[in-house]
Design a binder for this molecule. Sequence first.
Ligand SMILES: Cc1cc2nc3c(=O)[nH]c(=O)nc-3n(C[C@H](O)[C@H](O)[C@H](O)COP(=O)(O)OP(=O)(O)OC[C@H]3O[C@@H](n4cnc5c(N)ncnc54)[C@H](O)[C@@H]3O)c2cc1C
Length: 406
Amino acid sequence: MVSHDTRIAIIGGGMGGLTAAIALRRIAGVQVTVFEQASKLGEVGAGVTVAPNAARVLDRLGVLDRIKRVGAVPDGHGVYQNAMGGLVTDAAWEDSAKQYQNIGMYRPDLIDALAQEIDPETIRPGHRLASVETLDPGVRVEFENGANDVFDAVIGADGIHSVVRRAVGQFPDPVYSGYIFYRGVVDASRLPDDWRMISQVWMGNRRHFMCYPLQQRKLFNFVAGIPSDRPRGGVWSGPAEVSELAAEFAGADWDPKLQKFIGLIEHTFWWGLFDHEPLTNWSRGPITLLGDAAHTMLPHQGQGVNQAIEDSMALATFLAAADSIADIPEAFRRYTSVRMQRTAILQNGSRRAGAMYDAQYEFADLKKRDADIRVGRDFRRRVVFDYDAQKVAEQALNRFRGVQGA
Ligand SMILES: Cc1cc2nc3c(=O)[nH]c(=O)nc-3n(C[C@H](O)[C@H](O)[C@H](O)COP(=O)(O)OP(=O)(O)OC[C@H]3O[C@@H](n4cnc5c(N)ncnc54)[C@H](O)[C@@H]3O)c2cc1C
């Protein structure tokens, strides 16, 4: 194991950076400092699901109970429906062993729950990274507020516009999907008494609407995917009128139950959906990437944060196996080789899932779309939810050691 004095800087205090801080401290035993550009930790007031593959990691890190206390576990499987609410298929919202379920989280609650597991002295808000420079030894980080320091290694968890990514020689262009999401939450006490406490998706006319419970069922999250040119002007998100959203799902072709839900929405905002092609490398020497900085994906499989959580466990596992600071670049290379394969599949799968929900390309044939969604249910459970990031990293470590010994 690397010495406990090893100092690692994490750039970005989002859900990925905070989980990495917990994992690196608890599994690899190193010193971490989290630098966040905002003056305090926070997130937009909307929902996110912690999926079984990430719940497994959070359980091993000892933080799952805290997260569940502020989240919402639904009553059972979710449903995919046509525009009038006819069932296409149920959606497995748990792993095959039925040990871990999807947990609906209000984003600010998830940030708060993770931050409470970290020594506050090690979180530095108000630090916007300006540059990263590899020294011999160490990595120098400089912030726009004039602060600077040298660390043994740096992890870029600084999101889609990552500055650290440039230091590993990667400059991906963001790709606009042609879609925006209207996002927000509804006060669940205003929902009809028989409203189901599960995830529901309605799909029709090249758009879809999804909702699920959050915050001990006090809130209901919604996202509505609509084709739009809005972000092409350069602004990627902003406030929106509820009437715009309601107009997208108006008329006799849409389920009156959905229209009733939309009638309860008081506030919404829009968000352009961007991703990028899989990177060709994540690590250079003692610098590596994690979360959206490494693999921004469309939100249609609900896996962006969950992959950042898997990354954190894998990174900590490889780092824990390093004997000294000199071994960190090799630990980062191993982490990269294992994680890039997994996340590239999900980046591609997320584009495909969006095309299905919005009946694009070959999925304009609704029979084909429905067939794919039905089989996707079990594929997702086995391939996405059953994945054990720690076990995969340990198996890879054994293989790497076997090759070294050969
Ligand atoms: C509509 C929508 C719905 C989604 N739903 C889901 C879902 O259900 N499940 C799921 O798993 N994922 C979902 N995602 C994806 C998820 O939100 C992202 O994958 C996730 O936020 C990535 O976390 P991160 O920590 O890597 O990056 P971010 O959340 O982007 O955090 C990066 C942090 O770095 C900070 N930062 C940036 N630049 C600097 C700098 N130069 N210096 C210092 N700090 C910096 C930022 O302020 C931020 O705090 C959704 C995304 C969208 C758009």
